[in-house]
Ligand binder design. Structure first.
Ligand code: BG6
Length: 519
């Protein structure tokens, strides 16, 4: 059809030609952990299936327990059956991919382990596989510095100006637990590697819909015109989860919603939504703008925290018809825990574009449904024509970026209800990824691993970003101090958080718009 051809002609491919990835080895520290089985290996398998991995390529898993290559492969195969996003697993893809998987027993604090690893890499008999190295640190943050130090000591990781081979270090969150711990980890890492060799993961940046925020904003002139205080009344960013903390109580007791979600995912989404256009699509240009935006957030003092931040913790309740036990009754959670499982906050961005526009962010566990979205609520139409009959019932327009599920974008505007009477009501126009592009939803880790293998840092967090984000979160935590949760800060599982979260918006004449599943 002609229109299809036209659409095809308008596809603009931004990649600089086909990327040829250099032959390398990916070394996973913490290879017997959950992340390797659930995320990393399924992602690598799908990249192998799409023939996107470098050639040749090897994976070496490092962990404490003794295991043969064959045992390691068999365990991962079993996990893949469970966690692969495509089923069934293709045996021929697996068989050739499995040949690239190797295991090296090692204790992270023992220097001999690294020498053994180096010897193992040399056995591959190809200098590129022994010296182009992607180190993936799927280990606890307290081990980042010692591992990197050992890698450097053993000569596996080099901090060179113009190296003939490359080495990169990928680190998982949590990246520190406050600004000063993040700074010390950063100092330790940059002692042994250049900042450009460090890839800090925030898996939200690997999501298609999150990447689309920049494409949507900067390739559509009509929306960019509206993207400022001239037209936007306020912005709501919601990342809600129906799940409680489940088996992660031990970790969560040290984290809480503010550190676990706001410090990284929500502030990253905010930065992409609100940043200025970058001077180019290069990693540094984009990251410069994100940092600038984070730095323009008005700092919180104690009064600001009391007025603009709400926290909560779930009690017993029901989510989607299933009983959910209180956070304090979850495994490895203290029975008198004051850790927050919900945060809502209002922040202001002190720059020319956003001055005076409230940004409301909220996230929580055990909420009515799992959904992440960004909603730009536009200013109301002047009440000239419809004021008498409609007053404030005349809805303001809004644009919602649905990050997950039902990935897409919705525009809400008013329209006449058909019929002989004159009625106006909101209607919605939806763009759905699945309707337009089919059901292809790559996992965030597939994209992130590919970018790390290619050495493109755009989707990773730079040191100053992570530290600026911690600065914001630390100020909020300081405002809370050691004060225990008050009764009104608890919310039953299956509700949208404590009432104070609604009052936070009501004070400025706003109301949360809860995500709605699409029909
Ligand atoms: C992780 C948090 O970073 O993100 C988890 O540690 C949270 O607590 C998860 O559940 C949410 O990710 P997603 O991709 O399911 O929205």
């Amino acid at each position: 059809m002609e229109s299809d051809n036209l659409d095809e002609l308008m596809v603009c491919r931004l990649e600089r030609g086909i990327r040829t990835l250099s032959p390398c080895t990916m070394v996973i520290f913490g290879a017997s952990g959950d992340l390797t089985a659930r995320k990393l290996v399924p992602a690598l398998y799908h990249l192998a299936r799409a023939r996107q991995l470098p050639e040749p390529f090897r994976v070496v898993g490092v962990a404490r327990r003794p295991k043969s290559d064959a045992g390691f492969r068999a365990e991962l195969r079993e996990a893949l059956d469970q966690f692969s996003r495509t089923q069934p697993v293709d045996p021929s893809v697996w068989d050739s991919f499995a040949e690239t998987l190797h295991y090296c027993q090692g204790d992270l604090i023992e220097p001999a382990s690294y020498d053994r690893l180096a010897a193992r890499l040399r056995e591959f008999g190809d200098e590129r596989l022994a010296r182009n190295l992607l180190f993936y640190l799927a280990v606890s943050p307290s081990q980042f510095a010692p591992v990197v130090e050992q890698l450097s000591r053993s000569g596996l990781l080099r901090r060179e100006e113009e190296p003939p081979f490359w080495q990169r270090v990928v680190v998982e969150k949590p990246f520190g637990h406050d600004l000063s711990s993040a700074q010390s980890v950063n100092q330790a890492l940059t002692r042994f590697a250049h900042e450009r060799q460090i890839f800090r993961i925030d898996h939200y940046l690997g999501k298609e819909t999150v990447q689309n925020i920049l494409m949507f904003r900067f390739s559509n002139a009509i929306f960019e015109q509206l993207w400022s205080r001239q037209s936007v009344d306020h912005v709501q960013i919601t990342v809600s989860e129906a799940r409680g903390v489940g088996g992660r109580g031990g970790y969560y007791e040290e984290a809480g919603a503010l550190r676990d979600m706001v410090q990284n995912h929500l502030l990253q989404v905010l930065a992409l939504v609100a940043m200025e256009p970058p001077v180019s699509l290069e990693a540094e240009a984009i990251r410069d703008e994100k940092v600038k935006l984070l730095r323009s957030i008005r700092p919180f003092d104690a009064t600001g925290v009391a007025r603009s931040v709400v926290r909560g913790q779930y009690t017993n309740g029901t989510v989607r018809g299933q009983p959910v036990r209180a956070y304090r009754e979850e495994e490895k959670v203290r029975p008198d825990s004051n850790v927050e499982t919900f945060v809502a906050l209002r922040l202001l961005i002190d720059n020319w574009r956003w001055s005076g526009v409230p940004f409301y962010l909220r996230t929580g566990k055990a909420l009515p449904l799992s959904a992440s979205e960004v909603r730009l609520q536009f200013r109301r139409a002047p009440h000239v024509l419809f004021a008498a009959q409609c007053g404030s019932r005349l809805d303001a327009n809004s644009l919602t970026l649905r990050l997950q599920p039902d990935e897409g974008i919705s525009l809400r505007f008013n329209g006449k209800v058909p019929g002989t009477s004159t009625e106006v009501r909101p209607v919605r126009m939806h763009f759905r990824y699945d309707a337009e592009f089919g059901a292809y939803t790559p996992e965030a880790y597939e994209r992130l691993l590919l970018e790390a293998l290619a050495g493109d840092a755009t989707l990773f967090i730079r040191r100053d970003e992570v530290e600026t984000a911690w600065g914001i979160v630390d100020a909020i935590r300081a405002g809370w101090g050691a004060r225990p949760l008050r009764d009104r800060e608890f919310y039953p599982a299956g509700t949208w958080g404590p009432e104070a979260a609604d009052q936070l918006l009501a004070r400025t004449g706003h109301a949360w718009r809860n995500p709605q599943p699409l029909a």
